[in-house]
Design a protein around this ligand. Structure first.
Ligand SMILES: Cc1cc2nc3c(=O)[nH]c(=O)nc-3n(C[C@H](O)[C@H](O)[C@H](O)COP(=O)(O)OP(=O)(O)OC[C@H]3O[C@@H](n4cnc5c(N)ncnc54)[C@H](O)[C@@H]3O)c2cc1C
Length: 388
Protein backbone atom coordinates (compact mmCIF):
# COMPACT_ATOMS: atom_id res chain seq x y z
CA UNK A 1 0.00 0.00 0.00
CA UNK A 2 1.26 3.49 -0.79
CA UNK A 3 1.47 5.69 2.29
CA UNK A 4 0.66 9.38 2.13
CA UNK A 5 3.04 11.64 3.99
CA UNK A 6 1.19 14.77 4.98
CA UNK A 7 4.30 16.72 5.86
CA UNK A 8 7.07 17.76 3.55
CA UNK A 9 10.41 16.01 4.02
CA UNK A 10 13.53 18.11 4.53
CA UNK A 11 14.47 17.56 0.86
CA UNK A 12 11.01 18.64 -0.30
CA UNK A 13 11.18 21.77 1.85
CA UNK A 14 14.60 22.56 0.37
CA UNK A 15 13.19 22.00 -3.13
CA UNK A 16 10.36 24.42 -2.45
CA UNK A 17 12.73 26.99 -0.94
CA UNK A 18 14.98 26.78 -4.02
CA UNK A 19 12.06 27.35 -6.41
CA UNK A 20 10.73 30.21 -4.26
CA UNK A 21 14.16 31.85 -4.34
CA UNK A 22 14.06 31.93 -8.14
CA UNK A 23 10.40 33.04 -8.20
CA UNK A 24 11.23 36.03 -5.96
CA UNK A 25 13.27 37.44 -8.83
CA UNK A 26 10.14 37.35 -11.04
CA UNK A 27 7.52 39.43 -9.23
CA UNK A 28 4.01 40.40 -10.37
CA UNK A 29 5.35 43.18 -12.62
CA UNK A 30 7.30 40.62 -14.68
CA UNK A 31 4.25 38.39 -15.31
CA UNK A 32 1.92 41.37 -15.80
CA UNK A 33 4.14 42.90 -18.43
CA UNK A 34 4.43 39.61 -20.36
CA UNK A 35 0.69 39.08 -20.03
CA UNK A 36 -0.04 42.48 -21.61
CA UNK A 37 2.33 41.69 -24.49
CA UNK A 38 1.38 37.98 -24.65
CA UNK A 39 5.02 37.03 -24.50
CA UNK A 40 6.62 33.84 -23.23
CA UNK A 41 8.47 34.02 -19.86
CA UNK A 42 11.70 33.07 -21.58
CA UNK A 43 14.03 34.37 -18.85
CA UNK A 44 12.12 32.62 -16.06
CA UNK A 45 11.87 29.29 -17.89
CA UNK A 46 15.57 29.41 -18.81
CA UNK A 47 16.58 30.07 -15.22
CA UNK A 48 14.33 27.29 -13.94
CA UNK A 49 15.76 24.90 -16.55
CA UNK A 50 19.37 25.83 -15.79
CA UNK A 51 18.74 25.24 -12.10
CA UNK A 52 17.54 21.73 -13.04
CA UNK A 53 13.95 22.05 -11.82
CA UNK A 54 12.32 21.19 -15.13
CA UNK A 55 14.37 17.99 -15.28
CA UNK A 56 13.01 16.88 -11.89
CA UNK A 57 11.26 13.81 -13.32
CA UNK A 58 14.01 12.75 -15.76
CA UNK A 59 15.97 9.78 -14.34
CA UNK A 60 19.48 10.52 -13.08
CA UNK A 61 21.07 8.29 -15.75
CA UNK A 62 19.83 10.81 -18.34
CA UNK A 63 20.97 13.85 -16.40
CA UNK A 64 17.76 14.62 -14.47
CA UNK A 65 17.03 14.62 -10.75
CA UNK A 66 15.05 11.35 -10.80
CA UNK A 67 12.41 12.72 -8.43
CA UNK A 68 8.76 11.64 -8.12
CA UNK A 69 5.53 13.26 -9.27
CA UNK A 70 5.01 14.65 -5.75
CA UNK A 71 8.18 16.73 -6.17
CA UNK A 72 7.28 17.70 -9.74
CA UNK A 73 3.92 18.91 -8.44
CA UNK A 74 5.58 20.80 -5.61
CA UNK A 75 7.72 22.74 -8.11
CA UNK A 76 4.68 23.77 -10.19
CA UNK A 77 2.55 24.55 -7.15
CA UNK A 78 5.31 26.78 -5.77
CA UNK A 79 5.59 28.74 -9.02
CA UNK A 80 1.84 29.46 -9.05
CA UNK A 81 1.77 30.15 -5.32
CA UNK A 82 4.48 32.77 -5.81
CA UNK A 83 2.28 34.61 -8.35
CA UNK A 84 3.84 33.18 -11.50
CA UNK A 85 2.37 30.85 -14.12
CA UNK A 86 3.78 27.33 -14.35
CA UNK A 87 1.61 26.80 -17.45
CA UNK A 88 4.57 28.14 -19.40
CA UNK A 89 6.66 25.10 -18.56
CA UNK A 90 4.58 22.34 -16.93
CA UNK A 91 4.12 20.32 -20.11
CA UNK A 92 7.74 19.20 -20.29
CA UNK A 93 7.24 17.31 -17.04
CA UNK A 94 4.35 15.23 -18.31
CA UNK A 95 5.22 14.93 -21.99
CA UNK A 96 8.64 13.44 -21.49
CA UNK A 97 7.03 10.54 -19.53
CA UNK A 98 5.82 9.15 -22.90
CA UNK A 99 9.39 9.17 -24.24
CA UNK A 100 10.67 7.66 -21.02
CA UNK A 101 8.16 4.81 -20.88
CA UNK A 102 7.71 4.03 -24.58
CA UNK A 103 10.67 5.56 -26.43
CA UNK A 104 13.49 3.36 -27.75
CA UNK A 105 16.86 3.26 -25.98
CA UNK A 106 18.27 5.35 -28.86
CA UNK A 107 15.52 8.00 -28.52
CA UNK A 108 16.04 8.26 -24.77
CA UNK A 109 19.82 8.58 -25.18
CA UNK A 110 19.35 11.16 -27.92
CA UNK A 111 16.73 13.37 -26.31
CA UNK A 112 16.47 13.06 -22.54
CA UNK A 113 19.95 14.37 -21.63
CA UNK A 114 19.45 17.36 -23.95
CA UNK A 115 16.01 18.05 -22.50
CA UNK A 116 17.52 17.82 -19.01
CA UNK A 117 20.17 20.46 -19.74
CA UNK A 118 17.77 22.66 -21.69
CA UNK A 119 19.73 22.21 -24.94
CA UNK A 120 16.40 21.04 -26.38
CA UNK A 121 13.01 22.20 -25.21
CA UNK A 122 10.00 19.87 -25.33
CA UNK A 123 7.00 21.91 -24.23
CA UNK A 124 4.59 21.22 -27.10
CA UNK A 125 1.99 18.47 -27.18
CA UNK A 126 -0.19 18.29 -30.30
CA UNK A 127 -3.45 16.43 -29.69
CA UNK A 128 -6.52 18.67 -29.98
CA UNK A 129 -8.10 19.24 -33.41
CA UNK A 130 -10.87 21.55 -34.60
CA UNK A 131 -13.18 18.73 -35.72
CA UNK A 132 -12.65 16.25 -32.89
CA UNK A 133 -12.08 18.27 -29.67
CA UNK A 134 -12.39 16.09 -26.58
CA UNK A 135 -13.19 13.05 -28.76
CA UNK A 136 -9.50 12.34 -29.41
CA UNK A 137 -9.90 9.07 -31.31
CA UNK A 138 -11.75 10.96 -34.07
CA UNK A 139 -8.75 13.16 -34.84
CA UNK A 140 -8.13 13.60 -38.56
CA UNK A 141 -4.44 14.43 -38.84
CA UNK A 142 -2.77 11.58 -40.71
CA UNK A 143 0.81 10.32 -40.80
CA UNK A 144 1.38 7.96 -43.74
CA UNK A 145 4.55 5.90 -43.97
CA UNK A 146 6.53 6.46 -47.19
CA UNK A 147 9.87 4.58 -47.10
CA UNK A 148 12.03 6.01 -44.33
CA UNK A 149 9.61 8.90 -43.62
CA UNK A 150 6.08 9.65 -42.54
CA UNK A 151 4.10 12.31 -44.38
CA UNK A 152 1.84 14.34 -42.08
CA UNK A 153 -1.29 16.20 -43.17
CA UNK A 154 -3.95 17.90 -41.08
CA UNK A 155 -4.66 20.62 -38.53
CA UNK A 156 -4.37 21.05 -34.80
CA UNK A 157 -5.90 23.73 -32.60
CA UNK A 158 -4.99 25.27 -29.23
CA UNK A 159 -1.50 23.78 -29.19
CA UNK A 160 0.63 25.67 -26.71
CA UNK A 161 4.31 26.67 -26.63
CA UNK A 162 5.06 25.47 -30.18
CA UNK A 163 7.09 28.56 -31.07
CA UNK A 164 9.07 28.20 -27.84
CA UNK A 165 9.85 24.47 -28.32
CA UNK A 166 12.39 22.57 -30.37
CA UNK A 167 10.46 19.32 -30.12
CA UNK A 168 6.79 18.42 -30.16
CA UNK A 169 4.98 15.24 -29.25
CA UNK A 170 2.37 14.68 -31.96
CA UNK A 171 -0.61 12.35 -32.06
CA UNK A 172 -1.74 11.41 -35.57
CA UNK A 173 -3.70 8.63 -37.25
CA UNK A 174 -1.51 6.11 -39.09
CA UNK A 175 -4.32 3.65 -39.94
CA UNK A 176 -7.76 4.86 -41.06
CA UNK A 177 -10.43 4.41 -38.41
CA UNK A 178 -12.45 2.04 -40.65
CA UNK A 179 -9.43 -0.31 -40.94
CA UNK A 180 -9.01 -0.91 -37.17
CA UNK A 181 -10.93 -3.07 -34.70
CA UNK A 182 -11.19 -0.39 -31.99
CA UNK A 183 -11.23 3.34 -32.68
CA UNK A 184 -8.41 3.70 -30.12
CA UNK A 185 -6.16 1.64 -32.44
CA UNK A 186 -4.31 3.12 -35.40
CA UNK A 187 -3.18 6.32 -33.68
CA UNK A 188 0.56 6.89 -33.30
CA UNK A 189 2.80 9.20 -31.30
CA UNK A 190 5.78 10.96 -32.82
CA UNK A 191 8.52 12.98 -31.22
CA UNK A 192 9.32 15.51 -33.92
CA UNK A 193 11.89 18.21 -34.32
CA UNK A 194 9.80 21.22 -35.32
CA UNK A 195 12.64 23.57 -36.16
CA UNK A 196 12.59 24.39 -39.88
CA UNK A 197 9.99 21.80 -40.79
CA UNK A 198 8.83 22.27 -44.41
CA UNK A 199 5.05 22.54 -44.88
CA UNK A 200 4.43 23.22 -41.17
CA UNK A 201 2.63 26.46 -40.32
CA UNK A 202 2.08 27.89 -36.84
CA UNK A 203 -0.56 30.61 -36.35
CA UNK A 204 -0.55 32.18 -32.87
CA UNK A 205 -3.96 32.65 -31.24
CA UNK A 206 -4.66 35.47 -28.82
CA UNK A 207 -6.29 33.75 -25.86
CA UNK A 208 -7.87 34.98 -22.61
CA UNK A 209 -4.56 34.45 -20.82
CA UNK A 210 -0.91 34.45 -21.82
CA UNK A 211 -0.47 30.83 -22.86
CA UNK A 212 1.47 30.87 -26.18
CA UNK A 213 -1.30 28.92 -27.91
CA UNK A 214 -1.53 28.25 -31.66
CA UNK A 215 -3.35 26.71 -34.58
CA UNK A 216 -1.11 24.30 -36.52
CA UNK A 217 -1.27 23.31 -40.19
CA UNK A 218 0.55 20.31 -41.67
CA UNK A 219 0.80 20.26 -45.46
CA UNK A 220 2.70 17.15 -46.62
CA UNK A 221 5.16 17.55 -43.77
CA UNK A 222 7.87 14.89 -43.95
CA UNK A 223 9.25 13.55 -40.68
CA UNK A 224 11.84 10.77 -40.26
CA UNK A 225 10.40 7.31 -39.53
CA UNK A 226 12.59 7.22 -36.39
CA UNK A 227 10.38 9.92 -34.86
CA UNK A 228 7.78 7.23 -34.10
CA UNK A 229 7.55 6.44 -30.38
CA UNK A 230 7.00 2.76 -29.58
CA UNK A 231 4.81 0.72 -31.93
CA UNK A 232 2.80 2.19 -34.76
CA UNK A 233 -0.91 2.26 -33.96
CA UNK A 234 -0.53 2.16 -30.17
CA UNK A 235 -0.15 5.89 -29.60
CA UNK A 236 -3.48 6.40 -27.87
CA UNK A 237 -2.57 4.00 -25.07
CA UNK A 238 0.82 5.72 -24.68
CA UNK A 239 -0.92 9.08 -24.31
CA UNK A 240 -3.41 7.62 -21.82
CA UNK A 241 -0.46 6.31 -19.78
CA UNK A 242 0.77 9.87 -19.34
CA UNK A 243 -2.59 11.29 -18.35
CA UNK A 244 -2.44 10.50 -14.66
CA UNK A 245 0.83 12.43 -14.38
CA UNK A 246 -0.72 15.31 -16.31
CA UNK A 247 -3.79 15.40 -14.04
CA UNK A 248 -1.68 15.40 -10.86
CA UNK A 249 0.64 18.12 -12.15
CA UNK A 250 -2.24 20.32 -13.32
CA UNK A 251 -3.94 19.83 -9.92
CA UNK A 252 -0.69 21.15 -8.44
CA UNK A 253 -0.78 24.27 -10.66
CA UNK A 254 -4.32 24.88 -9.37
CA UNK A 255 -3.38 24.36 -5.73
CA UNK A 256 -0.67 26.99 -6.06
CA UNK A 257 -3.19 29.41 -7.60
CA UNK A 258 -5.72 28.71 -4.85
CA UNK A 259 -3.19 29.38 -2.08
CA UNK A 260 -2.05 32.60 -3.78
CA UNK A 261 -5.67 33.83 -3.94
CA UNK A 262 -6.34 32.90 -0.32
CA UNK A 263 -3.21 34.64 1.03
CA UNK A 264 -3.98 37.71 -1.04
CA UNK A 265 -7.65 37.73 0.06
CA UNK A 266 -6.81 37.34 3.76
CA UNK A 267 -4.18 40.09 3.67
CA UNK A 268 -6.45 42.51 1.85
CA UNK A 269 -9.61 41.87 3.84
CA UNK A 270 -7.71 42.21 7.13
CA UNK A 271 -6.40 45.66 6.24
CA UNK A 272 -9.18 47.23 4.16
CA UNK A 273 -11.39 49.24 6.50
CA UNK A 274 -14.92 50.10 5.32
CA UNK A 275 -17.84 51.09 7.59
CA UNK A 276 -15.29 51.53 10.36
CA UNK A 277 -13.92 47.96 10.49
CA UNK A 278 -11.84 45.55 8.41
CA UNK A 279 -14.01 44.03 5.69
CA UNK A 280 -12.71 40.58 6.81
CA UNK A 281 -14.78 40.96 9.99
CA UNK A 282 -17.92 40.55 7.87
CA UNK A 283 -19.06 36.97 7.51
CA UNK A 284 -20.07 37.60 3.89
CA UNK A 285 -16.40 38.27 3.13
CA UNK A 286 -14.75 35.94 5.64
CA UNK A 287 -16.82 32.81 4.99
CA UNK A 288 -16.19 32.80 1.25
CA UNK A 289 -12.45 32.84 1.92
CA UNK A 290 -12.72 30.22 4.67
CA UNK A 291 -14.82 27.99 2.41
CA UNK A 292 -12.24 28.19 -0.37
CA UNK A 293 -9.50 27.34 2.12
CA UNK A 294 -11.45 24.20 3.10
CA UNK A 295 -11.85 23.25 -0.58
CA UNK A 296 -8.14 23.82 -1.19
CA UNK A 297 -7.03 21.69 1.75
CA UNK A 298 -9.38 18.90 0.61
CA UNK A 299 -8.05 19.15 -2.96
CA UNK A 300 -4.50 18.97 -1.63
CA UNK A 301 -5.27 15.76 0.26
CA UNK A 302 -6.58 14.19 -2.95
CA UNK A 303 -3.56 15.44 -4.94
CA UNK A 304 -1.23 14.00 -2.28
CA UNK A 305 -3.08 10.67 -2.35
CA UNK A 306 -2.92 10.52 -6.16
CA UNK A 307 0.79 11.42 -6.12
CA UNK A 308 1.59 8.82 -3.45
CA UNK A 309 -0.18 6.11 -5.49
CA UNK A 310 1.48 7.27 -8.72
CA UNK A 311 4.96 7.28 -7.17
CA UNK A 312 4.31 3.79 -5.71
CA UNK A 313 3.33 2.66 -9.25
CA UNK A 314 -0.18 1.76 -8.10
CA UNK A 315 -3.39 2.46 -10.06
CA UNK A 316 -4.42 6.08 -9.53
CA UNK A 317 -6.75 7.00 -12.43
CA UNK A 318 -9.68 7.89 -10.17
CA UNK A 319 -7.56 9.83 -7.68
CA UNK A 320 -5.60 11.71 -10.38
CA UNK A 321 -8.83 12.78 -12.10
CA UNK A 322 -10.50 13.74 -8.82
CA UNK A 323 -7.41 15.74 -7.79
CA UNK A 324 -7.51 17.67 -11.08
CA UNK A 325 -11.23 18.33 -10.65
CA UNK A 326 -11.01 19.40 -7.00
CA UNK A 327 -7.89 21.50 -7.60
CA UNK A 328 -9.39 23.42 -10.53
CA UNK A 329 -12.65 24.01 -8.65
CA UNK A 330 -10.82 25.10 -5.48
CA UNK A 331 -8.71 27.60 -7.41
CA UNK A 332 -11.81 28.98 -9.12
CA UNK A 333 -13.62 29.28 -5.79
CA UNK A 334 -10.62 31.00 -4.19
CA UNK A 335 -10.25 33.26 -7.23
CA UNK A 336 -13.86 34.37 -6.90
CA UNK A 337 -13.51 34.98 -3.16
CA UNK A 338 -10.34 36.98 -3.83
CA UNK A 339 -11.77 39.11 -6.63
CA UNK A 340 -14.97 39.70 -4.60
CA UNK A 341 -13.18 40.88 -1.46
CA UNK A 342 -10.98 43.24 -3.50
CA UNK A 343 -14.04 45.05 -4.83
CA UNK A 344 -13.05 47.25 -7.77
CA UNK A 345 -9.35 46.71 -7.08
CA UNK A 346 -9.76 43.05 -8.04
CA UNK A 347 -10.21 44.25 -11.61
CA UNK A 348 -7.19 46.57 -11.60
CA UNK A 349 -4.26 44.99 -13.43
CA UNK A 350 -1.67 46.15 -10.90
CA UNK A 351 -3.15 43.88 -8.21
CA UNK A 352 -2.52 40.75 -10.34
CA UNK A 353 -5.81 39.26 -9.10
CA UNK A 354 -7.55 39.60 -12.45
CA UNK A 355 -4.56 38.01 -14.24
CA UNK A 356 -4.44 35.02 -11.89
CA UNK A 357 -8.25 34.80 -12.13
CA UNK A 358 -8.00 34.43 -15.92
CA UNK A 359 -5.09 32.00 -15.64
CA UNK A 360 -6.70 29.66 -13.11
CA UNK A 361 -9.93 29.36 -15.14
CA UNK A 362 -8.14 27.33 -17.82
CA UNK A 363 -7.80 24.24 -15.63
CA UNK A 364 -11.55 23.73 -15.45
CA UNK A 365 -11.36 23.27 -19.26
CA UNK A 366 -7.93 21.94 -20.19
CA UNK A 367 -6.20 19.57 -20.57
CA UNK A 368 -9.55 17.85 -20.03
CA UNK A 369 -12.83 19.47 -19.13
CA UNK A 370 -14.16 18.87 -15.63
CA UNK A 371 -17.39 17.56 -17.19
CA UNK A 372 -15.37 14.74 -18.72
CA UNK A 373 -13.67 14.09 -15.38
CA UNK A 374 -17.18 13.54 -13.99
CA UNK A 375 -17.88 11.18 -16.90
CA UNK A 376 -14.66 9.29 -16.08
CA UNK A 377 -15.55 8.98 -12.40
CA UNK A 378 -19.13 7.90 -13.22
CA UNK A 379 -17.95 5.19 -15.58
CA UNK A 380 -14.62 3.97 -14.21
CA UNK A 381 -14.90 4.62 -10.48
CA UNK A 382 -18.64 4.09 -9.93
CA UNK A 383 -19.33 1.51 -12.67
CA UNK A 384 -22.13 3.52 -14.30
CA UNK A 385 -22.95 3.44 -18.04
CA UNK A 386 -20.57 5.26 -20.35
CA UNK A 387 -22.11 8.68 -20.97
CA UNK A 388 -20.14 9.73 -24.04
C1 LIG B 1 -5.32 27.94 -23.45
C2 LIG B 1 -5.45 26.54 -23.95
C3 LIG B 1 -4.31 25.78 -24.14
C4 LIG B 1 -4.41 24.49 -24.66
N1 LIG B 1 -3.25 23.78 -24.93
C5 LIG B 1 -3.34 22.58 -25.55
C6 LIG B 1 -2.15 21.89 -25.95
O1 LIG B 1 -1.03 22.35 -25.69
N2 LIG B 1 -2.30 20.71 -26.60
C7 LIG B 1 -3.51 20.17 -26.90
O2 LIG B 1 -3.56 19.11 -27.53
N3 LIG B 1 -4.66 20.80 -26.54
C8 LIG B 1 -4.60 21.99 -25.87
N4 LIG B 1 -5.75 22.66 -25.52
C9 LIG B 1 -7.03 22.09 -25.90
C10 LIG B 1 -7.88 21.58 -24.76
O3 LIG B 1 -7.32 20.41 -24.24
C11 LIG B 1 -9.27 21.42 -25.34
O4 LIG B 1 -9.82 22.72 -25.50
C12 LIG B 1 -10.14 20.58 -24.52
O5 LIG B 1 -9.65 19.27 -24.52
C13 LIG B 1 -11.60 20.56 -25.00
O6 LIG B 1 -11.70 20.41 -26.39
P1 LIG B 1 -12.62 21.44 -27.22
O7 LIG B 1 -12.13 22.80 -26.90
O8 LIG B 1 -12.65 21.05 -28.65
O9 LIG B 1 -14.06 21.28 -26.59
P2 LIG B 1 -15.23 20.21 -27.02
O10 LIG B 1 -14.69 18.83 -27.06
O11 LIG B 1 -15.90 20.74 -28.24
O12 LIG B 1 -16.19 20.36 -25.79
C14 LIG B 1 -16.96 21.56 -25.56
C15 LIG B 1 -17.71 21.42 -24.25
O13 LIG B 1 -18.62 20.32 -24.30
C16 LIG B 1 -18.36 19.45 -23.23
N5 LIG B 1 -18.62 18.06 -23.66
C17 LIG B 1 -18.34 17.48 -24.83
N6 LIG B 1 -18.74 16.21 -24.82
C18 LIG B 1 -19.28 15.97 -23.60
C19 LIG B 1 -19.86 14.85 -22.98
N7 LIG B 1 -20.00 13.68 -23.61
N8 LIG B 1 -20.30 14.96 -21.71
C20 LIG B 1 -20.20 16.14 -21.07
N9 LIG B 1 -19.66 17.23 -21.60
C21 LIG B 1 -19.21 17.15 -22.86
C22 LIG B 1 -16.88 19.62 -22.89
O14 LIG B 1 -16.57 19.18 -21.63
C23 LIG B 1 -16.78 21.14 -23.06
O15 LIG B 1 -17.30 21.79 -21.93
C24 LIG B 1 -5.68 23.94 -24.96
C25 LIG B 1 -6.84 24.69 -24.71
C26 LIG B 1 -6.73 25.98 -24.23
C27 LIG B 1 -8.00 26.76 -24.00
Amino acid sequence: MASIDLTLSEEQRALRAGVLEICKRYPGEYWRDLDARREYPEKFVTELTEAGYLAALIPQEYGGAGLGIREGGLILETINYSGGNAGACHAQMYIMGTVLRHGSAAQKREYLPKIATGALRLQAFGVTEPNSGSDTTKLQTTAIRKGDRYVVNGQKIFISRVLQSDLMLLLARTTPVDHVKRRTDGLSVFLIDIRNLKGFEVRPLRMMMNHSTNALFFDNVEIPAESLIGDEGKGFSYILDGMNAERILVASDSLGDARWFIDKAVAYSNQRVIFGRPIGANQGVQFAIARSHISTDAAQLMRDKAAALFDAEQPCGGEANMAKYLGAEAAWEAGNACIDCHGGYGYAEEYDVERKFRECRLYKTAPVNNTLVLAFVGEHVLGMPRSY
